[in-house]
Design a protein around this ligand. Structure first.
Ligand SMILES: Cc1cc2nc3c(=O)[nH]c(=O)nc-3n(C[C@H](O)[C@H](O)[C@H](O)COP(=O)(O)OP(=O)(O)OC[C@H]3O[C@@H](n4cnc5c(N)ncnc54)[C@H](O)[C@@H]3O)c2cc1C
Length: 558
């Protein structure tokens, strides 16, 4: 229990009279921490804390890096910044020695601010100091980590910029027209000439190889479904690895605004959602490997192996396949030549800078095209949506159609398809065909963004798991129907494939809903099934693990 003597030693409470102090003490929670224990994490509901005894370290994640901002000691208070701003906690706090703290909730904090002038003065003075610390740390960490130098139409430069933007890594961009190479320079003088994405990832110190020998669950694909599985797996104590061939976020990372994900009343960009999820996965301690592609699955139930590009092997008890879908490529004359230098798939935020003041075209009449049109219309001179049908009503949500109609620089080109793209160094025009009379006409264009659907990303699996004829993975009842290939007496779980311990979640699964929320739900659900699988692991496998990890001695050895 917090006493008045405890609070009397804290600067902000020093001038309170005995009655006010007794009331505050009686309404404070008594918190004790051991060295290394976390008091609060960034993003959690805030509280006001008074350090009765001990020392704590305050850290913050900025642009994917953790920075220690300062320490607090006996007599200090903190937590007022998010309470005064009405936000969630803006820093994480860990005890660096055994600590004793008093914690006040929002109501009690505001009661003291309104009724105790000396308390309010002390807290306000601290706040000004804290904001300055946060500001200077953000200024320092947001400094560009590297500079990309090259032609604005270079597909390599596009990939580098897209990768860094998706990871929220700050960088500078220097246009050098006509230079075919893509140069990446770093503050310490290091240079990479036309690097692979993996080389760039390693240069900015992202993990690209597994940390451990064997995992309880390996998740392939870091879209919303895979990220959710990793958060639940790691937070529930499973040894978890998440493998992603590019940057985390999946298709959602390419969406300029997701309007319908629960808890974000004003919508959230796919990049922001992915960034939050990525930080959450890291916080729970999952091993995240980026820029690595899973190329094969081998092994037997409970002793699976995922082979990565370059033949690196990840051993695991269970696998969650969350590889989503790949964009369907537009089969039009010249398209391949302009890939990522005029013709793009999806609508990443990184492209916003490129479309400024230009005339751009979006191909497709679904919600993703509608969201992209809204987003790009803030930058582009004019956005044209090209659709085969006569209007958008059958393919796009009504709320989006209504929003589009409020933007004078968005228009729809109906009854049309793109049959060719043309230009010299840059995209200059499209050839449009009228689907009614098949007549063709040129259309001036600075960029074409394609949204014509997607195909399951399962070719890497070969015949390892059963799919439907379009490549979507069968699970649960559908997989149970293939009784010849199912070796156990129990039926497959709801999200389990026709191979025990291999699950499929999100867009890659047959009959999935193809929404962020449903992918997240399936990712979380699959983890409950992984727990079940782990109870089935035969004893001899556990002994082999213990031997490998040196927990027991091999037979005949001391
Ligand atoms: C432009 C756009 C806008 C959208 N807007 C909305 C919206 O507003 N609301 C909504 O609910 N939904 C929206 N969606 C749909 C939503 O984004 C998807 O349903 C969701 O992303 C599916 O998640 P997923 O994790 O199953 O797969 P994906 O997001 O497709 O992620 C799969 C991941 O797996 C990786 N991968 C694939 N193969 C391998 C491999 N062999 N090895 C390693 N990694 C691999 C990929 O690189 C990718 O990162 C939108 C989609 C798009 C394209």
């Amino acid at each position: 229990m917090i006493t008045t003597t405890d609070l009397r030693g804290v600067k902000a409470f020093k001038e309170l009279d005995d009655g006010a102090l007794a009331l505050a003490a009686s309404r404070s929670a008594d918190i004790r921490l051991k060295t290394g224990e976390w008091l609060i994490h960034e993003g959690e509901a805030p509280k006001f804390f008074a350090v009765v005894a001990g020392k704590l370290e305050i850290s913050k994640q900025v642009a994917g890096q953790t920075t220690v901002l300062r320490t607090y000691e006996t007599g200090d208070t903190f937590g007022e910044v998010p309470l005064l701003l009405g936000s969630s906690s803006v820093v994480s706090v860990m005890a660096t020695e055994p600590c004793h703290l008093a914690a006040l909730d929002t109501t009690e904090f505001w009661r003291l601010m309104h009724t105790q002038e000396p308390f309010a003065k002390s807290v306000s003075a601290d706040m000004a100091d804290r904001i300055t610390t946060l500001w200077s740390s953000a200024m320092e960490v947001q400094r560009a980590r590297c500079t990309i130098v090259g032609d604005p139409n270079s597909p390599d430069c596009h990939r580098m910029r897209d990768f860094l933007t998706r990871l929220h890594v700050p960088f500078d961009w220097e246009e050098r027209r006509g230079d075919p190479s893509c140069l990446v320079t770093f503050g310490d003088g290091k240079q990479l000439k036309s690097p692979t994405i993996r080389e760039l990832a390693e240069a900015i110190e992202l993990r690209t190889s597994p940390r451990e020998h064997c995992y309880e669950v390996a998740i392939v694909g870091a879209g919303p479904a895979g990220l959710a599985a990793a958060v639940y797996g790691a937070s529930e104590g499973l040894r978890t690895i998440l493998i992603e061939r590019e940057a985390p976020g999946g298709q959602a990372g390419m969406s300029s605004r997701i309007e319908n994900y629960l808890g974000f009343p004003n919508g959230i960009s796919g990049e922001d959602l992915a960034d939050r999820a990525f930080r959450q996965v890291n916080r729970f301690g999952a091993d995240v490997v980026v820029t690595r592609e899973a190329v094969r699955i081998e092994g037997e139930p409970y002793a699976r192996r995922i082979i990565l590009d370059g033949d690196e092997v990840v051993h695991c008890r269970s696998i969650i396949i969350a590889t989503g879908v790949s964009y369907r490529y537009l089969d039009a004359r010249g398209c391949q030549d302009f890939l990522n230098r005029g013709v793009y798939y999806g609508a990443a935020q990184a492209e916003a800078r490129r479309v400024g003041g230009r005339r751009i075209h979006l191909l497709g009449g679904g919600n993703s095209a509608g969201q992209a049109a809204m987003f790009f219309s803030d930058f582009a001179e004019h956005v044209h949506i090209i659709i085969r049908s006569g209007d958008l009503a059958t393919t796009m949500s009504h709320y989006l159609i209504a929003e589009l109609s409020t933007r004078p620089n968005i228009s729809v080109i109906a009854n049309s398809e793109v049959v060719g793209v043309d230009g010299k160094a840059e995209l200059e025009s499209l050839t449009l065909r009228d689907v009614r009379d098949r007549s063709e006409r040129p259309e001036r264009s600075d960029a074409l963004f394609v949204f014509i659907g997607a195909d399951a990303h399962t070719e890497w699996l070969g015949d390892c798991v059963a799919t439907d004829r379009l490549g979507y993975i069968l699970t649960g009842q559908a997989a149970a129907g293939l009784s010849r290939s199912w070796p156990l007496s129990r039926e497959p779980f709801l999200l389990e494939t026709n191979q025990p311990g291999i699950f499929a979640v999100g867009d890659v699964r047959k009959d999935s809903v193809k929404r962020v929320a449903s992918g997240v739900g399936e990712g979380a659900t699959a983890i409950t099934m992984v727990h079940q699988i782990l109870t089935e692991v035969p004893e001899e496998f556990k002994v082999q693990d213990a031997l490998r990890e040196g927990l027991v001695a091999a037979p005949g050895r001391p």
